[in-house]
Design a protein around this ligand. Sequence first.
Ligand SMILES: Cc1cc2nc3c(=O)[nH]c(=O)nc-3n(C[C@H](O)[C@H](O)[C@H](O)COP(=O)(O)OP(=O)(O)OC[C@H]3O[C@@H](n4cnc5c(N)ncnc54)[C@H](O)[C@@H]3O)c2cc1C
Length: 399
Amino acid sequence: MGMSRTFDAVVIGAGIAGTASAWYLRREGFSVALLDTHYPGWGASGRNPGFLWLQTKAAGLSMDFSLACRRFAETLAGELPDFGFRASGGLIIYRDEQYEPAARAFVADRVAAGLPVELLDRAALRDICPDIGPEVSGAVWNPLDAHQDTRLLLRHLAGGFSQAGGTVLAPARAETILIEGDACRGIRLADGTQIESRIVVIAGGPWSNGLLELLGLEIPYNPTRFEAAETAPAPFRIEPVVSGQSLFRYFTPPGIDASLLPRETSEKIRPELGFTEQIASYPDGSLQFGCAYEVGSGLDQATVAGQAMACSITSRNFPAIAGLPVVRQWAGVVAQTPDGLPVIDAAASPAGLIINAGHFFGNLSGAFSGRIVAEMAAGRGPAYPVSGFSLRRFKPVAA
Ligand SMILES: Cc1cc2nc3c(=O)[nH]c(=O)nc-3n(C[C@H](O)[C@H](O)[C@H](O)COP(=O)(O)OP(=O)(O)OC[C@H]3O[C@@H](n4cnc5c(N)ncnc54)[C@H](O)[C@@H]3O)c2cc1C
C-alpha cells in the first residue's frame, strides 16, 4: 500500500493493442509499464483464431486503414520471430443458391472499394480448397486475406518489450487515473500502488469505459461475445482462411435485404446468436473454427447453442471435420463501435491521456495502432492519420 513507482508512460491492458503500444513506446526510448488484470493476452487477443480479413471491410476509411494494417503485418513478419503469418488468401463460401446474388453484390462492392476479389464457381473453388463439402456451391476469393497466430505475435511483442527493459505488471488492475490540473499524473492500482506517469494509454478492450467514465469520457461500444473451438490435428489442411454464407448477413452488401436470406435450423436455436462460419488451419494441423457471436453480451465463455451452431454448420462446409476430436471451446469479448473502427486518440483532455481501444478487428489493427500511439506520444505525426479515429467523432455535432 502507498508504494509508488515512476515511468514515462503506463499502458493499461496487455491485449494486442496495449502490448504493441508498450513495445513501440519503449522503442521510442520511453520507460514504460504495461499492466494487465490477469496476464498479457488474457482478453480477446489471446482467444481469437487469427484471421486477417480485408473482404469484410467497407469502402472508405475502414478499407484504407485495413490495407495499411495489412501492409504493416508483412513488415512485422519480416522483423519479428515467426508468428504464423501467411498470405493465405481468403474465401467466403456459400452453400445455398439463394446467397449467390449476395455474393455477386459483395464482389461488385469490394472491387469498387479496390480489392482484387472474384467470384469462384465450385470447380475453381475446389482447386483452392479441395476439402469443401458437396453442399458448397461457390465462393468469393480475396488473395489479400491472411492468417496469423495473434497469441504468438503478442508473445513476441511482450517478450521483446521485457528484453528491451520494459516492465510488465500482471496481475495488476488499474483502478483510477490520477489527474493534476488538466494533465495525467499517473494511475492507482486496485491494491493501492501508485504509478507516476505523465503518459497514460488506455488499451483495456471492452473494459476501457470503466476507466474512461471516471474522466467523464465514454466510447459508445457494444460488447460482443465471439465463440470459437479447436480440433485435434486434422489429416488435411485448409490453405486459405475461410468463412461462410451467414457472413453476408453481417456484412450485407448494398442492394441485398439480409432478412430475406435463409437461416439454417441450427441458427434458430437461439435467435439472438449470429454466426460467421470461420475456419483456419494452424501450423500444428489443428483447426480453429467458429464464430457464434452475440451483440451486447459480455459473457466470456462458450455456450451450448453457439457451439452447436458452429459444429453443425462447419461439418457441412467441411465434412472431414465432423469426426475430429474437439479439444477446446472458448469465447472472448470484443468492443464493437458504431462504425466498427477503433478509437486512437491523444486529443482528449486531460493532457497525456491516449486512448487505444474499441478494436473490433484487432488482428489487423492492433499492432499498427501501437506504433501510431508511440509516434503520437513522441510528438511526431503518426504514420497513419488518426483524425477518423477520434473519440469526438461519435458526439452529435452541436447546433
Ligand atoms: C473468437 C474471436 C474471434 C475473433 N475474430 C477476429 C477476426 O476474425 N479478425 C480480427 O481482426 N479480430 C477478431 N477478433 C477480435 C480481436 O480479437 C480483438 O479485436 C482484439 O483482440 C482486441 O484487442 P485489444 O488489445 O483491444 O483488447 P483485448 O485483447 O481484449 O485486451 C484488453 C486487455 O486489457 C486488460 N484490462 C482491461 N481493463 C484493465 C484494467 N483496468 N487494468 C489492467 N488491465 C485491464 C484485460 O485484462 C485484457 O487483457 C476475434 C475475437 C474473438 C474472441
